[in-house]
Design a protein around this ligand. Sequence first.
Ligand code: ADP
Ligand code: MG
Length: 328
Amino acid sequence: MKKLCAISLLLAFLLCGCAQNAPVEREIFAMDTLMTLRVWGDDDDVAAAVSEINRLDALLSVTDENSEIYALNRDGTAEFSLDTFELLNKAVAVSRRTDGAFDPTVYPLVEIWGFTKEEQRVPSQGEIDAALSRVGYEQLERELDVTCVSMDGKIDLGGIAKGYAAQKVVELLQSRGIETAFLSLGGNVQTLGSKPDGAPWLVGIADPSAPSQAIACLRFHDSLALVTSGGYQRYFEENGVRYHHILDPKTGYPADSGLASVTVLAHDGALADGLSTALFVMGMEKATALWRESDDFEAVFITKDGAIFATDGAASLLTDCECTVIER
Ligand code: ADP
Ligand code: MG
C-alpha cells in the first residue's frame, strides 16, 4: 500500500512537463504552509490561482497587521469584505453543527499557548480560564447580520481558511474554463475534475506516527476536497508531554479524544476543513453520530493506536488497507 502511493506520486512527478496534457505545477508558501498547485492549463491560470490565494491570505491572516481579522482582533470592530464575511458565516455554521467543537473565536486560547508565535508554552490554569471566558462562537453569530462586526473576543480562521482558499481557487479556475486541477494547500487537497488520461487521483493519508509515509490511500476520479487534521502536525513538548495545536474550546487544552487524525471528504473545501478540525476535537463516537445525521461528508479516522475506521462512503475509496467500516 505504502509502496503503491509512493510510486504513483513519483510517477506523477516524473510525468509533469513531458507528457501530453501535462499540468503546469507551482509551489508557493502562503497561509503559513507549503502549497502545491497543479493546473491543466497555462501559466496565466496558475498565476491567477496564486494571486487568489495571496489575496485571501492578506484578508484572513491572524498575524498580518493589515488583514481584516487582525483589525478585528486589535480594535474589537472591523468592516469585512464579502469573502471574509462569507467565510465567517461558514465557520459559524460548522460551529453550530458541531456544538462548538470547531470555534473561530478560539484565538485567545491559541495566543496563550503561543501557537502563532515563535515560542509555545503551557499556560497557567488562570490564563486558560481567562481566555475561555472570551471564547464562544455565539457572540460572533449574533454579530453576523451585517458585514461590520464588533465583539470582545478574537477570531482565528486557521482551522478553515485553507479549505476555503482551495474552494475559491477551484471556482476561479472553473470560471477560466479549466477542467482539471490538483491543489494541495498544506495537506488540504482539492481536486477539480478527472485527469485527462483517465487515471484516478491517488491521495495518501499520512501515518500519524511517521507522517512522511502514507498509512492509507484514497482513489477516486472526480472533484473532491480531502482535509486532514491531526495532533502530529504542529506541536511542542514540555516536560516530556506533547501539546498539539488543535484546542478543545470547552477545556482550553489540546483536544484529547483518542484520535491521531481525521480526514474529511466533502464537495465544499471550507466545510471539509472546518469539519476535520471539529471531528478531531469531538472524537469518534460524537463524530460518527454527526455523520449519521448528515449527508454532506465522509470521514476516515486514525486512532492513537493506529487503527483505521472509515465511514462507508470513504471506505469505498480506500485501497488495499485494513479498515473498520462505519455503517449508517
Ligand atoms: P492545520 O490548519 O494545521 O492543517 P486544522 O485545520 O485542524 O489544521 O486547524 C488548526 C488551526 O485552527 C490551529 O492552528 C488554530 O489556529 C485553529 N484552531 C485550533 N483549535 C481550533 C478549534 N477547536 N476550532 C477552530 N479552530 C481551531
Ligand atoms: Mg481544519
